[in-house]
Each structure stands twice: as C-alpha cells, then as structure tokens.
Design a protein around this ligand. Sequence first.
Ligand SMILES: Cc1cc2nc3c(=O)[nH]c(=O)nc-3n(C[C@H](O)[C@H](O)[C@H](O)COP(=O)(O)O)c2cc1C
Length: 169
Amino acid sequence: MSTNPALDAREFRNALGSFATGVTIITTKDENGYVGTTASSFNTVSMDPPLILWSIDKRARALPAYEQGGHFCVNVLADDQMELSNRFARQQDDKFSGVDYKVNQHDIPMLEGCSTRFQCKTKYLYEGGDHMIIVGEVLDFDTSERDGLLFHNGRYAVSESHPELEACV
Ligand SMILES: Cc1cc2nc3c(=O)[nH]c(=O)nc-3n(C[C@H](O)[C@H](O)[C@H](O)COP(=O)(O)O)c2cc1C
C-alpha cells in the first residue's frame, strides 16, 4: 500500500512477509554453552567460493556469540519441525534441553531431523541497520529427503507442487 517515505512498520513487515522463505535454526556456541536462533533470513550468496548469509537483530541476546564465534551451522528445518522453530525463536536460557543434536569438529551443534545442514566458518560481518548481516563460508553440508518447513505471510506452511505442473504431466 505504502507510497509514504516514512514507511509504516507493520505494513512494511507484512509486505516483506509476502516473500516465502524456508526456516532455519542457526547454531553456535559461546563461553556459556550452545546458542541457537530461528532465522528465515538465510539466503545464498556465492557458488565459488561457497558463501551464504543471514541477518540477526542487534537486540538478540545471541548476537555476541555469532560476532565472536568463528563457526556456525545453518540447520534447515524439515516440515515436521515447527515446534523446534518456535522453541528457538523464544528468549529462554536452555534452548537445547531435550533437543536431539550432535556436535561437529568445531563443537557446533548440528540438529537432528533437519532437511539440510550447512557447516560454516564466519567470513564477513556487515552492518545492516538494526540487524547484522553474517556471511559464512560453507565448509561442509549434508542433505536428506525431508521436505523443508516454509514461512509465508507470517505463518508456517508446507510445500506442495503447483497444480499447473501436475496438469502438464
Ligand atoms: C519464523 C521465524 C523467523 C525468524 N527469523 C529471524 C531472523 O532471520 N533474524 C533474527 O534476528 N530473528 C529472527 N527471528 C526471531 C528470533 O528467532 C528470536 O528473536 C531469537 O531467537 C530471540 O532469542 P535471543 O534474544 O535469546 O537470542 C525469527 C523468528 C521466527 C519465528
């Protein structure tokens, strides 16, 4: 709707939500233990070198862990992991309690049951207004047959083939 330079925050947020994304939990660690953040801002950057990015709110308690830690993992959630997404989106002290994970060689948690996991080394940090943009170099990844969880217009969703595709078969 907005043609006003002083964008209405709610309208802007809703407009951004029209772009469907997957859902990830980014994990790392700090001196107090493991840290995790639900994030839909994940995206691809470069094939060679292999780079990805995501952005984190500067108000997030977890921010220093990502700024200072050298490694993180992008856990791309499967469509049956909505509860896990909600858990890591809440401010709580032990997000990992009862969660199934193993750690990689850098002692970064890799969550079980995900669609895909990208093990990353932090490459660049950029200022992005009220967020920090974190660019990671992908050191390794693993994939599964699981469909990814989606987020669209402020709601979780599952993917389904477009009906016009089925009509073509
Ligand atoms: C579907 C979904 C996507 C989210 N995406 C992001 C994101 O990309 N970046 C971000 O900073 N917060 C995002 N959040 C909110 C964070 O998960 C939440 O603020 C954070 O986990 C709070 O934890 P902390 O302050 O204890 O670090 C998202 C939340 C949900 C439910």
